[in-house]
Design a protein around this ligand. Structure first.
Ligand SMILES: Cc1cc2nc3c(=O)[nH]c(=O)nc-3n(C[C@H](O)[C@H](O)[C@H](O)COP(=O)(O)O)c2cc1C
Length: 160
């Protein structure tokens, strides 16, 4: 069984969560590919990032792994920005090919928690539009991200 984990990160929290999800799956016998999405044109300022995310503006994403058909499980990880997934993740999910009938996981890391459920619901909505068969949801606060045992437990609760 093969899993793809695609994530975006700026300050490393979502990367840490992606690694822990990968480790969990690997320990269960999955072959795991982890990929970091690069978006070269994101605004530098906080407000610029918020506006781009909130208004759901498409962005340029550098990725060569848009075809997800070879995978049995596809996991999408994003920080919460202005109650939304980051523009790169929204763009990637919309553009990726081969999601029909797939099992998926949407996961986010967040700060205050404002909008994290809305963010996950929005990711789930896009995934369902692309006809993913199953969408599981996982969220971890940035303040908990180094509490490995808590995060591992959360992952186990969601992925089994
Ligand atoms: C531009 C911007 C907007 C953010 N908006 C939210 C938000 O609406 N709700 C929230 O809980 N956290 C928000 N955060 C906090 C991030 O979601 C959190 O720090 C996350 O773990 C960062 O992930 P990363 O380290 O993978 O980049 C925001 C951070 C940034 C930089």
């Amino acid at each position: 069984m093969k899993a793809l984990i695609v994530y975006y990160t700026e300050t490393g929290n979502t990367k840490k969560l992606a690694h822990l999800v990968g480790e969990h799956l690997h320990n269960q016998g999955w072959a795991v590919d982890e990929r970091w999405l690069h978006a070269p044109n994101e605004p530098k300022s906080y407000i610029g990032k918020c506006l781009k995310a909130f208004f759901r503006i498409r962005t340029k994403v550098e990725s060569t792994f848009v075809v997800v058909s070879p995978y049995d499980l596809v996991c999408f990880g994003s920080p919460v920005w202005a109650l939304e997934p980051v523009p790169a993740m929204r763009t990637y999910i919309k553009d990726c090919v081969g999601l029909v009938g797939k099992k998926t996981l949407a996961f986010v890391t967040y700060g205050s928690g404002l909008g994290k459920d809305r963010c996950l619901e929005n990711m789930a909505k896009i995934l369902k539009k692309k006809e993913a068969r199953e969408v599981r949801l996982l969220s971890v606060a940035s303040s908990d991200i180094d509490n490995i045992e808590i995060v591992k437990e959360e992952i186990k609760n969601i992925l089994g």
